[in-house]
Design a protein around this ligand. Structure first.
Ligand SMILES: NC(=O)c1ccc[n+]([C@@H]2O[C@H](COP(=O)([O-])OP(=O)(O)OC[C@H]3O[C@@H](n4cnc5c(N)ncnc54)[C@H](O)[C@@H]3O)[C@@H](O)[C@H]2O)c1
Ligand SMILES: [Zn+2]
Ligand SMILES: [Zn+2]
Length: 344
């Protein structure tokens, strides 16, 4: 089968590989029908993910059809269309029992697919812990609609959840890339009074408006004064930092009102400064981390009910054999790309 492999820093290659086989009773083999490329794949390519293992197939966002299951897999069967979770998790350890699946203590727990074990930019993939990692896609949900459920939609949904946002709150989302848009879609379900989206690129501000017409959009240059003059309590009630740029962490806490929650979704490539003396008395709460993606069934039922639609994120589709080109378009933001879909 064809698979896209992490060979070395700055070098991924399309290779012919053996099809995966079941080696544990909790494994399932999935025939991938649609995959995508995530910013984290680019981080692996550039050597920013030290735990990534050379020689593995990359990719951790995909949907497919179950081909074969191990003896202990009971929630899916061959022939089922499934969304694949970015995280594989045992469901039984201290962290899993509390929903903190990103920190599952199993050796294959957390973000392993396409990082430490063979991933999903391939024709077939082996998914460990299939009972927790695979979710059946409802019949009225297409592959395209379900493509982001296991990764960036899970992230946006998790971010909205941990923010503690309440009905009527003013939310600020910094960054309207794919993950920021998924955060926007999830935050909108919490019925905030206002959603303000701060994004550098005009075309992405427009996309935010398109997926959520009630959102107010603003540029990074204007956001602080916009927030200070339009939010009654001197800042946003909840801030989501989903940009991960040079000054966006600072922007996030500066735009928060006293006693607000700041959710840091972004992953930075440099340490950030938390200037406690400057924010003394503002009494902020910070929430951060890698997504605990264990609500895929909930997200799929919201898609099925027409309450979440991430289709506008898919701007380009490529065949797996052309994946090099897909990486080039995605990484270099060519041709107005937001997300690419890869068809094996
Ligand atoms: N916590 C998690 O589990 C998790 C999961 C997925 C993604 N992420 C992280 O979330 C971040 C966003 O991911 P993405 O895939 O959407 O990436 P992205 O790079 O496409 O999105 C970032 C967006 O921020 C915008 N931006 C840059 N500087 C800005 C500024 N000063 N003000 C406002 N907007 C600005 C960019 O134009 C871009 O649209 C990344 O850091 C990624 O690593 C974290
Ligand atoms: Zn990802
Ligand atoms: Zn676990």
């Amino acid at each position: 089968m064809l698979a896209y492999v992490y060979k070395d820093k700055e070098r991924f290659a399309l290779e012919e590989r053996e099809r995966p086989v079941i080696t544990d009773p909790k494994d399932a083999i999935v025939r991938i029908t649609l995959a995508s490329i995530c910013t984290s794949d680019l981080h692996i390519r550039h050597g920013f993910v030290p735990r990534a293992v050379k020689g593995i197939t990359v990719g951790h966002e995909a949907v497919g059809v179950v081909e074969k299951v191990g003896a202990e897999v009971s929630n899916v069967k061959p022939g089922d269309r499934v969304a694949i979770n970015v995280e594989t998790f045992c469901g039984e350890c201290f962290f899993c029992k509390r929903g903190y699946v990103n920190n599952c203590t199993d050796k294959n727990g957390g973000w392993a697919l396409g990082c430490r074990i063979d991933g999903l930019q391939a024709e077939y993939a082996k998914v460990p812990f299939a009972n927790t990692g695979l979710t059946k896609i409802p019949d009225n949900v297409s592959d395209e609609e379900a493509l982001f459920v296991g990764d960036i939609l899970a992230t946006g949904y998790w971010a909205a959840d941990i923010s503690g946002i309440e009905k009527g709150d003013a939310a600020l989302i910094i960054g309207a890339g794919p993950t920021g848009i998924c955060t926007l879609l999830s935050v909108a379900l919490k019925e905030p009074g206002r959603i303000i989206v701060c994004e550098k690129e005009e075309s992405r501000r427009q996309l935010a408006k398109r997926v959520c017409p009630a959102a107010e959009t603003v540029s990074p240059e204007e956001v602080e004064s916009y927030i200070k003059t339009t939010c009654e309590r001197g800042g946003a009630d909840v801030v989501f930092e989903v940009a991960g740029a040079e000054n966006t962490f600072e922007l996030a806490w500066k735009c928060a009102r006293p006693n607000a929650t700041v959710v840091v979704v972004a992953m930075y490539d440099k340490p950030q400064i938390l200037p406690l003396p400057d924010m003394y008395g503002k009494n902020l709460t910070f929430r951060t981390g890698g997504v605990d993606g264990c609500k895929c069934a909930e997200i799929l039922s919201l898609i099925s009910a027409g309450k979440i639609d991430a289709i506008p994120l898919i701007t380009h589709t490529f065949a797996l054999k052309d994946i090099e080109k897909a990486y080039d378009v995605f990484e270099n933001r060519k041709d107005g790309v937001i997300k690419v879909a890869i068809k094996p």
